[in-house]
Design a protein around this ligand. Structure first.
Ligand code: SF4
Length: 349
């Protein structure tokens, strides 16, 4: 095993990417990076990470930030439950006196939004504690190196992979081992292998290569079922003429209504969007649809229609908010709403 580790570490020393969260052993910053990187490309994650760290340099700063600010800073990353968990976890750390950041795996694992992978990543990267960090890349490398054809996305499969990893793990160099195997999976032993195996430094140890199964691995049981939903969004637009003191001429300002989503169990909780009507199924509408968009989430496919109403009075209700069109970006909006605003700008302005 020592030889295999050495080949892996040599590969890592030469090939690893320089990333801002690799330059630190600060648990708080590593945690931020890990949460941001769940379901986000590394390049996009860097900008968000740098903005979060600059705005909230310590966990205490994040804990006292208004939730709306955190959601707004998160805008564009999607999966807003991660941002809410981040915020809740920061408050929990402060309440329990775990500042600047918890140092025990068991405490890190208790934080909202932190599973075995994230806890292992933080414990090893920040404190060099001997816990594996098994992300999708690691499952793939392990399945190929050890020729494991059990699906890794079932309860029994996860157990098996974890047991294999416990044997395979380099307990003397947890930080280096986790970093190297994750990077190796991300950059070299990739889903589409091409002819990488031919010049792979781990080839002599790779059972998947020897048994010619590498390209078939890892095995996944099944993709998640995707549910279709149909949303009609009503965009009310009111034009108001205004005369400024300085200007001789009149200027025109646009106003619209938005509403905050209120169901904590549903998508986009606490985010703002145009007033929305959910339909039981696809159906025609009497209104002219100004824009149709399909928005795909991990478990849902949203078929959205945006209906434009040019009105003289906004039909404001207790749960809607009247805002100037140019100030919409002051609110934490769902990604779908942002897309619609961008596309509708032309039709409205
Ligand atoms: S030989 Fe191929 S499958 Fe095996 S570790 Fe190397 S790149 Fe991955």
């Amino acid at each position: 095993m020592e030889k295999l580790y050495n080949h892996l570490y040599e590969w890592y020393a030469v090939n690893h990417r320089t990333l801002p969260w690799r330059e630190t052993q600060d648990g708080y910053r590593i945690w931020l990076s890990e949460v941001i990187l769940q379901q986000t490309r590394v390049q996009q994650g860097i900008d968000y990470y740098l903005r979060f760290v600059a705005r909230w340099p310590r966990v205490e700063d994040l804990a006292v930030a208004p939730e709306d600010d955190v959601l707004r800073e998160w805008q564009g990353l999607g999966y807003y439950s991660r941002a809410r968990n981040l915020h809740k976890a920061a408050q929990m750390i402060v309440e329990r006196g775990w500042t600047p950041f918890p140092t025990r795996f068991e405490d890190i694992r208790q934080l909202p939004g932190v599973g075995d992978y994230t806890a292992g990543a933080i414990a090893s990267f920040a404190y060099n504690l001997p816990f594996p960090a098994m992300d999708g890349n690691v499952y793939r490398v392990l399945a190929r190196l050890l020729d494991i054809d059990e699906p890794f996305d079932t309860t029994s499969g996860k157990k098996l992979f974890r047991a294999k990893m416990d044997e395979f793990f380099d307990k003397n160099h947890p930080r280096l081992f986790n970093s190297a195997i994750m990077e190796f999976g991300a950059l070299y032993c990739t889903p589409t292998l091409g002819d990488n195996c031919l010049s792979c430094t781990l080839r002599p140890y790779c059972l998947g290569y020897t048994n010619k199964t590498a390209t078939l691995l890892p095995v996944r049981k099944q993709r998640t079922q995707v549910r279709d939903r149909w949303f009609d969004y009503h965009i009310y637009v009111l034009r108001k003429k205004q005369r400024t003191k300085e200007a001789e001429s009149e200027t025109e300002e646009l106003f619209t209504l938005i509403r905050q989503r209120e169901n904590p169990k549903d998508i986009w909780y606490h985010l703002y969007e145009f007033p929305c009507e959910e339909l039981p199924s696809e159906k025609t509408t009497d209104h002219d649809t100004a824009l149709s968009l399909t928005h795909v989430l991990s478990h849902q496919r949203i078929h959205a229609r945006f209906i434009l109403h040019k009105v003289d009075t906004l039909p404001q209700t207790a749960d809607t908010l009247c805002v100037a069109w140019h100030e919409l970006d002051h609110y934490a909006l769902s990604r779908l709403t942002l897309k619609a605003i961008e596309k509708m700008g032309m039709k409205i302005g």
